[in-house]
Ligand binder design. Sequence first.
Ligand code: AMP
Length: 278
Amino acid sequence: MQIIRDLLTLRAARSQLSGRVALVPTMGALHEGHRTLVVEAARLAERRIVSIFVNPTQFGPGEDLSRYPRQEAADAAMLAAEGVDILWAPPVEVVYPAGFATSVHVGGITDALEGAARPGHFDGVATVVAKLFGQATPDVALFGEKDYQQLAVIRRMVADLDIAVDIVGVPTVRDADGLALSSRNAYLTRSERTAALALPRALAAAAAAIRRGDPVPATLEAASATLHSAGFSRIDYVALRDASTLAAMTRLDAPARLLAAAVVGTTRLIDNIAVDPE
Ligand code: AMP
């Protein structure tokens, strides 16, 4: 596996790759969820590029950019063992050189949920992903359903900008007890890790209730209350949304997604699950 940190070398190495090329964009601190994307990428393409870039522009003021976990050597060892061709790990000044002045804004779908809780977040995400597509020129790119709204935003962006990259979503990988794997789980103390389990459990319970016909608003409020009593200090949202447009839903009349974001200790966690009508 080549580890590349500058654009000229990346372009040269990319031009040597024959067949379909997959890109898996990440911020590093890789876990089994990321590994699943990398393994899935091998089924879709002959060659694989993984990027590790902790993108400063998708972090808001007061967010965890400076303490975001970084462990590139361990990440590189895992990716090499998986047979990845290129690890693209550019420094910030390669991605955002002096004079950089462009931003990609995806409208509408970014207004609510993560977009409302983290103003500017999706501009940072869309801009860096557009750049990663321009840098690595993949045929296909894989994203986790763990970041469900992000996946929807990227799909919207490539459709709107006629970007010729197939976008593939990969189901969320969870620990045995149900907690979605996340690089941010590393921040959790033992007791916070226990409290955090309420998130997937509350989502599963609310999804089951909605499926059997319980009223949506009351069910979402109950899920919020459950998270509060489990030890979450702030609930940003618990929301039922159309699975493809992310439009708000008050009745389960189309395939839906139940999404939540909440803070335990100093850690903000997100999770989501499918809720399909009978
Ligand atoms: P990140 O490094 O957190 O930016 O994530 C990089 C990619 O991995 C994104 O497409 C995420 O949605 C995906 N990802 C993160 N956690 C998981 C997980 N538990 N299961 C599946 N994909 C994940």
